[in-house]
Design a protein around this ligand. Structure first.
Ligand code: PLP
Length: 424
């Protein structure tokens, strides 16, 4: 690694307005030093305030028992409302369009129960080939329980020969070709394997033009790139919070339902008591009256400890701001790409699967090892780098703007060079 690259990293870190946020996180340790953690796309680090937020609720439980539902400044009965404001800014929604609840796949099934209602010719769902397994299983099984054949009704769009990713034009052409047979387009915000950021606005527009709904899985997009779900007229979106949102392993998931659908009480849905009008909920009269917004999709009372951990991280996002995070993220990922592409050691050994255009990606780069295998990954792990391995030989690295530095990036690329030289 060239000396000037270290100097450049140092300059960029000095200029970084968000640099101080790093000290809000615990880094895994190796030999008494912080690991180079580039795995925030898989499990975000723990904020050092998480324990305080969780302890506050444990204390309330200890001291007040069931009364905790109605006491304190954050009563449990309405605890989920505390996350609405910060979440709405992260995904570009109105506060009454977002709710934290359940987990991602559960929320996807709840959304499908409303937005996949096959009728007549309109029975098909379009997804990308190589979709995340849980998304695939969810739509596949939803088609099955609707009494239809997934082999005929689940359409998986593959990139043209040779390309690593789909162009938005290809997606739109497919939507137009399916026309009035299409019930739903379900795409990721960011593809988990390639790191490609999809054009949510144009995909939604195209789906609506043929009379289909558009839903998005934002697992890798939320807290990574700014979005405008409301103005883009997205019908629904789901996400998890343990990746870029740092809310802890298996942490509470999220759901967006556009207000146009939220206020429609006739929308078919799987219901539970927490989605029922809160004023009459405890009258227990068994007359379904859903809350006229996303909260009407809630099933169960609020998972408080998981929400508390979520709150700790959301507070940091609120302080940092999505636009500022994105600004740093583009530089941070661009810096990593520049170091890899300009490295004599790496240029021929690594093919970057992720689009080169910053508008078509988030923080993650997916590195395809041309002549090497898992031994490279093992070398990195043994040298204090934590990242993610995917078969056949892809390393996914995500420099996260909230806690990674430009020094992390240059140190990582330097160790990556050594791992390749070590194999010669
Ligand atoms: C991480 C991830 C999930 C995880 O689903 P859970 O229900 O939270 O276990 C689902 N889909 C995608 C695309 C993901 O990246």
């Amino acid at each position: 690694m060239k000396e000037e690259s270290y100097k450049k990293a140092h300059t960029l870190d000095t200029e970084d307005q968000l640099a101080s946020f790093r000290s809000n996180f615990y880094f895994p340790q190796r030999d008494g030093k912080d690991c180079i953690y580039l795995c925030g796309n898989s499990l975000g680090l723990q904020p050092n305030t998480t324990q305080t937020f969780v302890d506050e609720e444990l204390k309330k439980w200890r001291e007040h028992g069931v009364e905790g539902h109605f006491t304190g400044n954050k009563p449990w009965v309405s605890y989920h409302k505390n996350t609405k404001n910060p979440l709405s800014k992260i995904v570009g929604a109105e506060t009454h369009e977002v709710v934290a609840m359940n987990n991602l796949t559960t929320n996807l099934h709840l959304a499908l129960s409303s937005f996949y209602q096959p009728k007549g010719k309109r029975t098909k769902i379009l997804i990308e080939r190589g979709a995340f397994p849980s998304d695939f299983y969810a739509v596949y099984s939803r088609i099955e329980v609707s009494g239809l054949d997934p082999k005929k009704n689940l359409i998986q769009l593959a990139p043209k020969d040779g390309s690593d990713y789909l162009s938005v034009e290809e997606i739109i052409r497919k939507i137009e070709a399916l026309g009035d047979e299409l019930a739903l387009v379900m795409f990721p915000g960011i593809q988990y394997y390639t790191g490609q950021l999809f054009d949510i606005k144009r995909i939604t527009e195209a789906a609506h033009k043929v009379g289909a709904f558009a839903g998005f899985d934002l697992a890798h997009a939320v807290g990574n790139v700014p979005m405008s779900l409301h103005t883009d007229s997205v019908d629904f979106a789901v996400w998890c919070t343990y990746k870029y949102l740092n809310s802890g392993p298996g942490g509470v998931g999220g759901l967006f339902i556009h207000e146009n659908h939220g206020k429609n009480k006739e929308m078919p849905r799987l219901s539970g008591w927490w989605g029922h009008d809160s004023d009459s909920r405890f009258k227990m009269n068994n007359q379904i009256n859903p809350i006229p917004n996303v909260d009407g999709w809630q099933l169960s009372n609020v998972n408080i400890l998981s929400h508390a951990a979520h709150m700790a991280s959301l507070k940091l996002f609120d302080e940092a701001g999505m636009e500022n995070l994105r600004h740093k993220s583009v530089k941070l990922t661009g810096f990593m790409e520049e170091l890899i592409v300009n490295s004599d050691v790496l240029a021929k050994q690594i093919r970057i699967l992720t689009p080169a255009n910053p508008d078509e990606r988030g923080a993650q780069l997916s590195l395809f090892l041309v002549n090497h295998g898992k031994s490279i990954f093992d070398y990195l792990i043994n040298n204090g780098v934590i990242l993610d391995w995917r078969e056949p030989n892809v390393i996914r690295v995500a420099p996260v703007p909230l806690y990674n530095s430009f020094a992390d990036v240059v140190n990582f690329v330097s160790i990556l060079e050594k791992s390749i030289l070590n194999e010669r």
